[in-house]
Design a protein around this ligand. Sequence first.
Ligand SMILES: NC(=O)c1ccc[n+]([C@@H]2O[C@H](COP(=O)([O-])OP(=O)(O)OC[C@H]3O[C@@H](n4cnc5c(N)ncnc54)[C@H](OP(=O)(O)O)[C@@H]3O)[C@@H](O)[C@H]2O)c1
Length: 213
Amino acid sequence: MKIGILGTGDVGRVLGEGFTALGHEVKIGSRDPQKAEVKEWLKKVGTKASAGTFSEAAAFGDIAVLATSWTGTESAIRLAGPQNLAGKVVMDATNPLDFSAGTPRLSVGHVDSAGEKVQGWLPQSKVVKAFNHVGNAHFIKPQFKDGPPTMFICGNDGGAKKTVTGLLETFGWSVIDIGGIEGSRLLEPLAMLWILYGFRTNTWSHAFKLLRK
Ligand SMILES: NC(=O)c1ccc[n+]([C@@H]2O[C@H](COP(=O)([O-])OP(=O)(O)OC[C@H]3O[C@@H](n4cnc5c(N)ncnc54)[C@H](OP(=O)(O)O)[C@@H]3O)[C@@H](O)[C@H]2O)c1
């Protein structure tokens, strides 16, 4: 599969490497695809990866990953061109974090969410929230002594969620679909819980798991 990744931060780079390790082809998108950290990353990841503009990465992917800072997300989508993502699955890893007070807090919530805003900016795409409530160090083949953690996902298109579930399972996740994209109103605060627990304990080796009897 061809994966277009919008964003060259830790999330984009880690997922890009993970997808190439599984045999997928990746194009990572940036406003500056020539920048040093992208060149370094390409050297490390090898020939299954390439870099381009946001628009080139969006056009390249059979599916796309959105991995941009929240304040840059609408602009990145505009640069990517919603038409390049029309009809495609878009995995949205973003969290609407506001860092202005130091410790991050959510800038959107309760009655709206980043996931719903992204779906609104990409009305012809099938947005699936995923990867937002765990640190990037655990994205690929998460190793926990209590077994695979849970990745909660949500989105409006059942087929898209099936595709994302398949990809997540190849990465080693147990997946739970919590419904439509408005479920992002719950998954983005869940990311805050993950982050604040990390700050309180100064540990970053946790993930969520839903237990059942
Ligand atoms: N870090 C984690 O472990 C983690 C885990 C789960 C979810 N998340 C969420 O995933 C997203 C990505 O996080 P990250 O830490 O990988 O990276 P980040 O530093 O939050 O974002 C980096 C990306 O945002 C783009 N960007 C910033 N301002 C922009 C603008 N004005 N217009 C267009 N693009 C802009 C940058 O583009 P250029 O390449 O052009 O500079 C870059 O590719 C965030 O929403 C974060 O909350 C992070």
